[in-house]
Design a protein around this ligand. Structure first.
Ligand SMILES: [Zn+2]
Length: 55
């Protein structure tokens, strides 16, 4: 379970975990973190947005 966001763990993910962040709309960023959105759905977001999510 360790380091699932790095190295081999990422490699096995779809498109190497890259995509468009639903929060900041950054394209081709790695979406590694689950975050609950305002509509109560959970989506993968980028590192920056996972940190911001605390508020
Ligand atoms: Zn983001």
């Amino acid at each position: 379970m360790s380091k699932t966001h790095r190295g081999k763990g990422v490699r096995g993910m779809q498109n190497k975990a890259r995509g468009t962040c639903p929060v900041c709309k950054t394209t081709r960023i790695k979406l590694l973190y689950d975050r609950k959105l305002e509509d109560e759905t959970t989506a993968k977001v980028c590192k920056r947005c996972s940190v911001k999510a605390a508020s």
